[in-house]
Write a protein that binds this ligand. Structure first.
Ligand code: ZN
Length: 154
């Protein structure tokens, strides 16, 4: 029986309860690999969700900006900071109702693509999320974008 023990590490970060199919997106968002080795589990059995994706990154702690991006991928994405083999800090990321400055609008004529205007998207309903542009009302999912459309601050 494979379980969470396969994903233990001494120092680093475990990103758990990613919806199946979002691990690749999370790797892009986090600009991985960086730091130490990265272990990715996809379609892993989960007691809570049936199936999930999970990522283990050694030697890396995530920034607030990176957590804000991960929060858009699922409704119960869990991030654990591990130090000396123990979970030092664990957070369940909440997807905000309003997302500022992260998502790009897919509408080329939207003012956010024409001028230096910060994007604002409103979350529509529950998971799987869609987001509506505050400026032009175009809606989008989290999966529609390219690397370019979801830049990670480096
Ligand atoms: Zn727009």
């Amino acid at each position: 029986m494979r379980g969470p023990k396969d994903f233990r590490l001494s120092d680093g970060t475990v990103i758990d309860h990613l919806p199946v199919g979002t691990a690749a997106r999370a790797l892009e968002v986090l600009n991985l690999p960086r730091g130490g080795p990265v272990t990715v589990g996809m379609n892993v059995p989960s007691t809570t969700f049936g199936r999930k994706d999970i990522i283990r990154v050694e030697g890396v702690e995530l920034s607030k900006s990176e957590l804000d991006r991960l929060a858009l991928l699922g409704q119960r994405v869990t991030v654990s900071l591990v130090r000396d083999g123990d979970v030092a800090h664990k957070v369940v990321l909440e997807t905000p109702l309003e997302v500022e400055g992260i998502l790009r609008c897919p509408n080329p004529t939207c003012i956010t693509n024409q001028e230096e205007v910060v994007t604002v998207f409103h979350r529509i309903g529950d998971f799987p999320y869609r987001f509506r542009c505050h400026h032009c009302e175009r809606t989008r999912s989290i999966h529609e974008e390219t690397e370019e459309a979801l830049p990670t601050r480096r």
